[in-house]
Design a protein around this ligand. Structure first.
Ligand SMILES: O=C(O)CCC(=O)C(=O)O
Ligand SMILES: [Fe+2]
Length: 383
C-alpha cells in the first residue's frame, strides 16, 4: 500500500456513552457491523504502516480553528516573548527552536531566568543572541509545548504560558489539549478492540487516567525561499527522520510535507511516501511504546517533514530591465501534534494477545515513564 488508509471513526464515538462503559444498546455493541469494520481497518493500518488518517472524529471545529489561529499569532510574536518559557531539564515543555538537518537538536533554549541572571547588559545580549539564531533559518522549525493539566497526578510540572502572549492563547491550547484527551480515549477503545482486549483496557485506573503524561506541541516551519541555482533533486528536510516515543500521536497539519518511511531504517535505499494532506482529518501514528506493548506486531514508523517547493517569481530580485527571476518557495507550514503518553507508572508488558509460540515475548516489563526517559536520553546521544 503506497498511501495511508482513511478511517471513519464515528462508530467508535458511540462506545463512549453511558459512563464509558459498553452497554447493550446496538450502537454501543462492539459486535455491530460498522464498529467491526472500523476495528478491522484500525488493526490492518496499525500492522501495515502504523499510520492512518481519521475522519468524522467529532472534534469541535471552533476548538480546532482557535488553536490554529492562536498558534500562528504566537509564532509571529517577538522572539523575546516566545522564548520566555524555555525548555529546561526540569521543564520539558515550553519554546524550542531546532535546526532540522537530519538529526533534531535544540539550538536555542533561553528563558527569562537566563536573562535575569545575565544582569542589565545580559538582557540585550540574550535578545541579540536569540535573534541571530532565529535568523539562522531557512532550515529551522520552532515549537511550543504544554504538558498535562493535572500536575499532581501526572507528576509533571505545572503548565507555563509565556508572559506577553494573550490569554486567548492559553485558553485555546488548554481547550485543544482537552479535546485531544477525549479523542485519545475514543481511539484507545478502538485500538483495544483491534487487539482483542476489552474496550476499556487502556482506560483503566493507573494506565491512562487523570495522571497521564500527554504533551501538546504546536509547530511552525518558516517559509523557505531558494534560488534556481540550488540542486533541485536534493530533499530539503524540515523535521528530521524520527519515530515518536509514546503510545500514539494525533497530528493536525496545515500542508503537505509529511512522509513516512517504508523501510525500517533511513539509509540510501530508504523509500519515503507522502502522507496526503487532508484538512478535515487527523493523522494518527503509533509510537515506540505501542510497538513494544504489541510485541512488535504494530509499527512505530519512521517519519519526517520535507519542504515542498513551488516555482515562483522573485519580485525582490529584479535585473536592470526590471525582469524578476525565478525562485522556489515552500510555504510556511504549521502543525499541532498531541503526543499520547500513558500514566508514568503504567507497567507495559507485551499483551497476551500478541504473544504465542510463533511470536515469543520480546520485551520485559517497563514503566511508561522509564521508557520515555530511555528514548529521550537516546535521542540526546546519552545512551
Ligand atoms: O509537523 C508535522 O507534520 C510532524 C511533526 C512530528 O512528526 C513530530 O513533532 O513528532
Ligand atoms: Fe513525529
Amino acid at each position: 500500500m503506497t498511501t495511508i488508509p482513511i478511517i471513519d471513526i464515528s462508530p467508535l464515538l458511540a462506545l463512549h456513552s453511558n459512563n464509558n462503559t459498553v452497554n447493550n444498546n446496538k450502537n454501543n455493541d462492539p459486535n455491530n457491523v460498522p464498529i467491526k469494520q472500523t476495528i478491522q481497518q484500525l488493526a490492518t493500518a496499525c500492522q501495515t504502516h502504523g499510520f492512518f488518517a481519521i475522519i468524522h472524529h467529532g472534534v469541535n471545529t471552533d476548538i480546532l480553528s482557535r488553536a490554529w489561529d492562536e498558534s500562528q499569532r504566537f509564532f509571529d510574536l517577538h522572539p523575546s516573548i516566545k522564548t520566555n518559557v524555555g525548555m529546561t531539564e526540569e521543564y520539558p515543555y515550553g519554546y524550542e527552536n531546532y535546526e532540522s538537518l537530519g538529526v533534531e537538536r535544540s539550538i536555542l533554549v533561553h528563558d527569562t531566568n537566563t536573562r535575569e541572571r545575565d544582569g542589565g547588559d545580559g538582557k540585550d545580549f540574550a535578545r541579540d543572541k536569540v535573534e541571530k539564531r532565529m535568523s539562522l533559518g531557512p532550515d529551522s522549525k520552532e515549537t511550543f509545548s504544554i504538558g498535562p493539566m493535572n500536575s499532581i497526578q501526572s507528576g509533571m510540572p505545572s503548565r507555563r504560558f509565556p508572559q506577553g502572549a494573550p490569554p486567548s492563547f492559553d485558553e485555546a491550547l488548554t481547550d485543544y489539549y482537552a479535546a485531544m484527551e477525549q479523542l485519545a480515549r475514543t481511539l484507545f477503545r478502538g485500538l483495544a478492540l483491534a487487539l482483542d482486549l476489552n474496550d476499556d483496557y487502556f482506560l483503566r485506573e493507573g494506565i491512562f487516567d487523570e495522571g497521564h503524561q500527554c504533551a501538546l506541541r504546536i509547530l511552525n516551519y518558516p517559509e523557505l525561499v531558494e534560488h534556481e541555482d540550488v540542486n533541485r533533486d536534493e530533499v530539503r528536510i524540515r523535521a528530521g527522520a524520527h519515530t515518536d516515543y509514546g503510545a500514539m500521536t494525533i497530528l493536525k497539519s496545515g500542508g503537505p510535507g509529511l512522509q513516512l518511511c517504508l523501510t525500517p531504517e533511513e539509509d540510501d535505499g530508504a523509500t519515503w511516501i507522502d502522507v496526503p494532506h487532508m484538512s478535515e482529518a487527523f493523522v494518527i501514528n503509533l509510537g515506540d511504546l505501542m510497538q513494544r506493548w504489541t510485541n512488535d506486531r504494530w509499527r512505530s514508523t519512521l517519519h519526517r517533514v520535507v519542504a515542498v517547493f513551488d516555482k515562483d517569481w522573485d519580485e525582490r530580485n529584479q535585473d536592470e530591465e526590471g525582469e524578476a527571476s525565478h525562485v522556489y518557495r515552500s510555504q510556511r507550514r504549521q502543525s499541532i501534534a498531541f503526543f499520547v503518553n500513558m500514566n508514568g507508572d503504567a507497567t507495559v508488558v507485551p499483551f497476551e494477545t500478541c504473544v504465542d509460540k510463533d511470536h515469543p515475548r520480546r520485551y520485559g516489563p517497563i514503566k511508561a515513564s522509564e521508557h520515555l526517559m530511555q528514548r529521550h536520553l537516546r535521542s540526546m546521544g546519552k545512551s
